[in-house]
Design a protein around this ligand. Structure first.
Ligand code: PEP
Ligand code: MG
Length: 572
């Protein structure tokens, strides 16, 4: 598959071919290759010494000086927000908001009142807030970088130093940093910053969000970046998640050209989903509400919805929405695809998605507890009312509506769900997320009309590794041969009886893996709308026979990295 090769590391050199060459690994965030001299952000101000001995008479003026510095920093960020668009502007405004946060300003002010100089108070107040944010975890923990960026800017302002951050390079460069402040990434020029590599940060952090929006190839969580000298040639592969220092220049340039080619083809892909030799594979979108479905319909070539995560539409509700209100929400999604199919998943509450109106109680292991279909037993009527609402919405819509239940583990669950759906003239299917369901797929298919493999959970439960765990990321990789073996078995069971078996987990959004899944026999792929074109155009560049060969090789591989490499060789 020309196209996927470079995107996934056509970077293949003989080890030791160049003296300074080394390859560092990280988390792939934005696909594509970027090559250029390393660009390092400017120095951040040193942490000021802690002080408490400011004479009482000077303290009011010192507080004013601190407030003026914070205000100047906020004003500069807001002015910059006005000069960029989209998520970049939002990030800059949110960061500016921290500089005017009453709690943070108050904490620093109190320290100054107690005798701390403004710079020391700024650092200490930030530490306190950073500790609280870290404790809260999740999105709040990711804001620690923003807060520390504000700290550095305010301290620089207090000392009359230039604002810390990313300098504007004179030639296209690769930005290499420990972490990047959102305020810096938001204003990056993609013609001058051709790739990003950071030591910290995760796929959902600010650097990743902005890099994705700007289309800058990006790898985060890379260790060893500290040793890369400013100006050293670096090749970043945003699909393979690799950072290569001092690569062979010819090969690096061809990787970049190849990546540009893939981008062009992706941008011009309009569907429908099929391989180069015409084997049809429905390429669908994952959505959570009406606006998301309309955005997918207008902004992508998705042929329909392969996963409507209904629970996400109700996470903020204290009480169960009445049937008619639910129907209205479902109708909005159906109406976005009047000629396509929409697969509605019934509530997948519990575990990482607790719902106030369907509580599951305290559990030692929520991921192994009452979640998904299992909540139905403890909440009589909840599933039936949801199915009533889906059926009502479907009766007034032209789209092809199907329903599926999450977290099915037994034949009895599948049979019970199928009966409830059929009683309402709905086409039933179930998700294959638990290994038990994959192992019994042939018998489950005696009850339902289709299967949809949730590779996120199937990987978590097959590998016994929490999908949210960063240290276990190597295990929670859908390229694990054990996971692929369960997908193969499920798809084969579907093919034997002529019923469709789709994939709606993140695996479908990996263009290389998507081709392997098709080779394993998967009949549809559903993913975030933003990934539709990359997956669709990758499929269009390969034949079914190639996909099958890649699938066999991936199944036979010893580990995910060998599987990826084999598949790349076959599909390139
Ligand atoms: C999955 O588990 O792969 C899936 C699609 O469901 P969710 O990510 O919503 O758990
Ligand atoms: Mg799941």
């Amino acid at each position: 598959m020309d196209g996927i090769g470079a995107e996934n590391g056509s970077v293949q050199v003989k080890a030791g071919a160049r003296a300074g060459r080394r390859v560092l690994a990280g988390t792939a965030v934005v696909p594509g290759a970027g090559y250029g001299p390393a660009l390092r952000p400017g120095e951040r101000p040193r942490r000021p010494a802690r002080g408490t001995d400011l004479p009482a008479v000077d303290r009011p003026a010192e507080k004013q000086r601190f407030l003026a510095a914070a205000e100047a920093v906020a004003a500069r960020l807001l002015a910059r927000a006005d000069s960029v668009r989209g998520a970049g502007a939002d990030v800059l405004r949110a960061t500016a908001g921290l500089a005017t946060d009453r709690g943070w300003l108050g904490a620093a002010g109190t320290l100054i009142d107690a005798g701390a100089p403004a710079d020391s108070a700024t650092a200490d107040a930030t530490d306190r807030f950073a500790a609280v944010f870290t404790e809260l975890g999740g999105v709040m923990a990711e804001r620690v970088t923003d807060l520390e960026d504000i700290r550095d800017r305010v301290i620089a302002e207090l000392h009359g130093m230039p604002e810390p951050g990313v300098p504007t390079p004179s030639v296209p460069s690769v930005l290499v940093a420990r972490d990047l402040a959102p305020a810096d990434t938001a204003v990056l020029d993609p013609t001058l910053v051709v790739a990003i590599a950071t030591t910290l940060g995760g796929p959902t952090g600010h650097t990743s969000i902005i890099a994705r929006q700007l289309g800058i190839p990006c790898v985060v969580g890379v260790s060893g970046l500290g040793d890369i000298a400013s100006g050293a040639p670096v090749l970043v592969d945003g699909s393979a998640g690799s950072v290569e220092v001092d690569p062979d220049p010819g090969r690096a340039r061809s990787a970049v050209a190849h990546s540009a080619d893939v981008r062009r083809r992706t941008a011009s892909w309009v569907g429908p989903g099929r391989t180069r030799d015409g084997h049809p594979v429905a390429v669908l979108a994952n959505v959570q509400d009406g606006p998301g479905a309309r955005a997918a319909a207008d902004g992508s070539a998705a042929e329909g919805v392969g996963l409507f995560r209904t629970e996400l539409a109700f996470l903020d509700r204290d009480t169960e929405p009445p049937v008619e209100e639910q129907a209205q929400i479902y109708r909005e999604v159906f109406d976005a695809f009047p000629d396509g199919k929409v697969v509605v998943r019934t509530l997948d509450a519990g575990s990482d998605k607790p719902m106030r109106f369907a509580p599951t109680g305290e559990e030692a292991n929520p991921a192994l507890g009452v979640r998904g279909y299992r909540i139905a037993a403890g909440h009589p009527g909840l599933l039936e009312r949801q199915l009533d609402a889906i059926a009502a919405a479907s009766r007034t819509s032209s789209s092809e509506v199907l329903v599926m239940a999450p977290m099915i583990a037994t034949l009895a669950e599948a049979a019970e769900f199928a009966a409830a759906a059929r009683a309402r003239d709905l086409v039933p299917g179930v998700m294959v997320e638990v290994p038990a369901a994959a192992l019994l797929a042939d018998r489950i298919l005696e009850h339902v009309d289709f299967l949809s493999i949730g590779t996120n959970d199937l990987t978590q439960y097959t590998m016994a590794a929490d999908r949210m765990s960063a240290p276990l990321a190597g295990l929670t990789d859908p390229w694990q041969p054990a996971v692929l073996a369960l997908v193969a078995r499920t798809a084969a069971d579907g093919a034997r009886v002529g019923k469709s078996v789709g994939v709606c987990g993140e695996a479908a959004a990996d263009p290389l893996l998507a081709c392997v899944l098709v080779g394993l026999g998967v009949t549809s792929l559903s993913m975030a709308a933003s990934a539709v074109a990359a997956t669709g155009s990758a499929l269009a560049s390969v034949d079914l026979a190639q996909c099958r060969r890649a699938a066999d090789a991936a199944l036979a591989a010893a580990d995910p990295s060998a599987a990826r490499q084999k598949a790349t060789e076959i599909l390139r």
